[in-house]
Design a protein around this ligand. Structure first.
Ligand SMILES: [Zn+2]
Ligand SMILES: [Zn+2]
Length: 176
């Protein structure tokens, strides 16, 4: 795969250190260059009061409308509870082989499950989620390899079962 530039836009507050670690992990995994940007958004427009969650489809549309010159993929990061109509919640989603995706920290955080916060675990989960959604934008579908980052997961425990890297088969597909 030729050198590509990915843009990661954070919407809302994220620790700088965490964003930089996420960026480093993405660069390493996809052999690409990467720009970190801050986005501004009025999240109240995406809030569904009935579900008390934020509309993942509409947020994905918002991110897809942002054009970054010279960037092949754009990923929007959020820290709110995302849903799509057919699912209770989502960790993130992306256009398969498309220009963009979104990922949220919210459901990856122990505190969302009434457990003690764990910064290392949270960072690891977020790395996996971000790489997973970017994998979709590069055209990868879900993988059956139990440790591959492209393995699908319904629960946060599923994410803990996999690595934050692509398996050999997925890497081959992307010619990495
Ligand atoms: Zn997926
Ligand atoms: Zn795989």
């Amino acid at each position: 795969m030729s050198l590509q530039n990915i843009t990661i836009i954070s919407f809302g507050y994220f620790e700088k250190d965490m964003l930089e670690k996420i960026a480093d992990a993405v660069k390493l995994e996809f052999h690409c260059s990467l720009s970190l940007k801050e986005g501004h958004i009025d999240l109240s427009e995406y809030y569904d009061p009935g579900r008390r969650q934020y509309n993942g489809n509409e947020l994905l549309k918002h991110v897809s409308a942002i054009q970054m010159p010279g960037s092949c993929k754009t990923l929007g990061l959020f820290n709110v509870d995302l849903f799509i109509p057919i699912l209770t919640y989502i960790f993130g989603q992306a256009f398969l082989g498309g220009p963009c995706g979104i990922a949220s920290l919210y459901r990856l955080n122990n505190t969302s499950y009434g457990m003690e916060p764990n910064a290392d675990l949270l960072l690891n989960r977020f790395k996996k989620e971000v790489i997973h959604e970017l994998g979709h934008t590069f055209g990868l579908i879900h993988c059956n390899n139990p440790t591959c980052v492209m393995r699908s997961g319904t629960y946060v425990e599923d994410i803990d079962q996999k690595e934050h890297s692509l398996c050999l088969k997925c890497r081959k597909e992307l010619e990495l």
